[in-house]
Structure formats: C-alpha cells, structure tokens
Design a protein around this ligand. Structure first.
Ligand code: AMP
Length: 425
C-alpha cells in the first residue's frame, strides 16, 4: 500500500506493479488507479489520517506500506502500523522530527557538528523582530513546523524578513507551525539534494538530484512544490558525494541512534554548495516530489525489495544505478501555485511514446471516460537517456503531445547543468 497522491506515489506504485506486486494507493490519482495488468486500485481516505490508514491496511491485509508524504510520518503512521504488526517504510514519529521541526533539526546539526547556516530560534515575536532589525542583512525566516511548503521566506531585506515574522507569529497564518520560528543566514551557492535509503545504520546513496522550485523560467515567480528535476546533478562531484556521506549522512544516522530515534526510511538531504563546500539546508524524511520521479527509474534491481529490506533492518550493501540521466518536467494547472483551476480534460496521454518516457500522474482523477485535472501539479513527465541532453530532449518531446486548458510548465529544466557541464556526461 502506497500512501499519498502525487507523482512520487505514481512512480513508486508503477515500479512496484512492474516488479509483480499488487498495489493499493491511498488515496492515489488517475495513474495509480490504472496500473498495468490491473495491478492497482485506489482506496478512499486521507494519507494523514493515521487511524484510517491503519484500519485500511488491516482490512486489506497488506504486507507492506510505503509512505509518500511527510505529514503522516510526523503524525506517527509508521509507529501505529508497526504496533499492529504491519511493516512500513518510513521513519518513526520521533525520527520524522528531522523534518517536522526545523528547530529540532538545526539544534541536532549543531549538536553533531554538521555544517549548516548559522541560526537562532525564537518563541517570542518581539525578540524575533528586534533580531531581524539589528541583523540588517539578508535572512531566511522559517516556521518551525510543517506549513505545506510555504513556511520558508528567503528575505532580500529587513522589511521582507519582518513581514515573514509577522505573518507567522502575529497573524498565525500557519497555525501552531508558526508559533516558533528559525531565523538563519542566507547562504549563497547552488542547491542539490541527496537521497539515502537506510535501515538506521547502513545506507545506500542515490544519485544527486536538482529540482526547480520557482514557477517561471529563469527561477522567477513564486515558489512551488517543484516544477521539475533531474539526476545525476553534475554540480555534485564524486568527491563531494563521498564527503557528504561522511560528514553529513554517517553523523546524522549515528546521532539519531545515539538519541534513541534511529532513522529508517529515506532521508532527503537538501544542500547548498559553494566553492566545493556543502552545507545542510534541510532534511526531508521522505522522497522528494518530483525528485522521486527521476530517481526511481535510475535504480536497477528490485526497488520493492530494497525498501522492504530497509524497513526490516537488513539493507543490502549496494544499490545499482543505471549509467544514465533522468529529467522530469511538471505540467501545472492554470493559476498554480496561487489558485489552480481543476476539472479540465487532459488530452494526448495515449500519444506519448512509451520508450524511456513515463508520464507520472499527480493531481489527476478519472471522470467517466476522461482524465481531468484535480489540483496544481498535474503530471510529471519524465524521460531517461544516455545523458542529460538526451533525457531533456525526450522529456520535452513527450510533453508536446499532452494538452489541457491553461497548462504551463518550465521550458528550462536542466538548462543550467546543460550549459555549465553539458560536455561532462
Ligand atoms: P527549506 O525547506 O528549509 O529547504 O527551505 C526551502 C528553500 O528555501 C530551499 O530549498 C532554499 O531554496 C531556500 N533556503 C532555505 N534556507 C536557505 C538559506 N539559509 N540560504 C539560502 N536559501 C535558503
């Protein structure tokens, strides 16, 4: 059973189905409802309703639950499933605090000597405001708790930082999640992310990925959940990858064990890289979306078995990865991210060439005989290829076949890597 309804969940469900498993997705989308060979169906419910998920898992006698989004993890869905004897992939509630509380995460990094931006934690709004005024330099203001991806403001100036503090702490725009804020220095550099799959002790590292958060080409416009991604990201050299494993991953897993909350599942480490140095921006305690769409197709061998082994505390030593690149482009609904329109028919899905292309569904649903849009990020069109250029061209070719009213996507996914490092891979 896969929990969630995005393109990440479709990528996972499709992979498990292709490996011969029957897959239930709760709540899923039009893609997970129609897995090949009738291997999948959707279940009604909400992924973050812990009791409902446990009841569904027992009713359907599922062998294994893979949790997509963060909220059920932070609410303790893995603990609740395991208490009922259902094996689940993902961290316990205590370990999920690495994403559930920025203050916990930053203090954890500090305790364990892991490089990150300098920071202060504030529970008091007056103290936060005077800190911002006195700092008089660019700052990043983050709500402590989960705020559906909207809790981070990268402020150019003091006014923007003050506004972010006010919205979170005086206007309570994010409820309890914003009662406490973390204010940190703005780091320059290029972002990249690492995903490691771990049984709490051993881990395997997936190729480094880069995503594109802003809605418009050239990294302009408002932040989104992610408009595209690619892997491997050439900004991360082999040497840097080994350094991140030693200085970040090993220390984090050891630290979590020492603090009595071993981390099992997939740890997604967001990094800022400058002059060959990587510092931790954030942890996520689940696969990124759209990152999962480029990572899952690059892993060879049994993906289900890999996750099951991690959840059982018996991870294999190595993961085999294709010597290829993958690139994903999100097709978004009119009005996304502010106010996405829904209910528009999606056309052309059957005209997309199947070879080395996956159209992962996100906000889609079946309505009669058509598939319609059902939210902001509608589809994640992913292609693989011998290098980034090949994956890029194939993904954009695939996109040209698919249409819905008001559709928009970025035309420059991977452009920076292609111009900086185009000849490297
Ligand atoms: P987070 O959820 O903490 O990763 O923040 C979301 C996004 O805000 C990141 O992916 C970065 O683009 C940006 N960001 C967060 N913290 C910083 C920082 N200290 N310096 C620069 N950019 C940041």
């Amino acid at each position: 059973m896969v929990l969630g309804s995005g393109s990440r969940e479709h990528a996972l469900a499709l992979r498990f189905a292709s490996e011969g498993h029957d897959v239930l997705t709760l709540p899923g989308n039009a893609g997970t409802a129609r897995l090949p060979h009738a291997r999948g169906r959707n279940l009604d419910g909400r992924a973050d309703d812990v009791q409902g998920v446990v009841a569904a898992a027992k009713r359907e006698q599922v062998d294994f639950v893979v949790v997509g989004p963060e909220l059920p993890l932070v609410r303790g869905v893995v603990d609740a499933l395991e208490a009922e004897g259902v094996r689940a992939f993902g961290p316990s509630r205590a370990a999920a605090e690495l994403e559930g509380s920025k203050a916990f995460m930053k203090r954890f990094l500090e305790r364990h000597g892991i490089a990150t931006a300098a920071f202060e934690v504030f529970d008091d709004v007056d103290a936060a405001e005077s800190y911002v005024r006195e700092a008089a330099r660019p700052l990043v203001v983050k709500t402590d708790g989960l705020a559906a991806g909207k809790g981070v403001v990268v402020a150019k100036d003091t006014d923007e930082a003050l506004a972010a503090v006010r919205v979170a702490m005086r206007e309570h725009a994010f409820g309890d999640a914003g009662k406490r804020v973390v204010i940190e220095e703005l780091l320059p550099g290029q972002e990249a992310s690492f995903h490691v799959i771990t049984d709490g002790e051993r881990f395997v590292t997936l190729p480094a990925a880069q995503d594109h958060k802003r809605v418009l080409d050239g990294d302009r416009g408002p932040n989104t959940g992610g408009m595209g991604a690619y892997a491997p990201a050439p900004v991360v050299t082999e040497r840097m990858a080994r350094a991140v494993e030693e200085d970040v991953i090993v220390r984090t897993l050891r630290g979590m064990r020492a603090e009595g909350a071993p981390f099992r599942g997939v740890l997604f480490v967001g990094l800022m890289i400058e002059e060959g140095q990587a510092r931790v921006l954030e942890f996520n305690v689940r696969f990124g979306d759209p990152e999962a769409c480029v990572l899952v197709p690059l892993v060879t061998g049994g993906f289900y078995d890999l996750l099951y082994a991690a959840a059982s505390g018996a991870l294999p030593r190595d993961v085999r990865v294709k010597d290829e690149s993958a690139l994903a482009v999100v097709m978004a609904a009119e009005g996304y991210p502010q106010k996405p329109k829904t209910g528009d028919a999606i056309e052309g899905l059957d005209r997309v060439p199947a070879s080395q292309v996956h159209v992962f569904h996100a906000a889609t649903k079946v309505e009669g005989s058509t598939i319609v849009t059902n939210g902001g990020r509608v589809l994640t069109v992913t292609a693989t290829g011998k290098d980034l250029r090949a994956a890029h061209d194939r993904a954009y070719e695939a996109i040209s076949h698919v249409h819905f009213r008001g559709e928009h996507h970025r035309t420059d996914i991977g452009a920076r890597a292609l111009s900086d490092h185009g000849k490297m891979r």
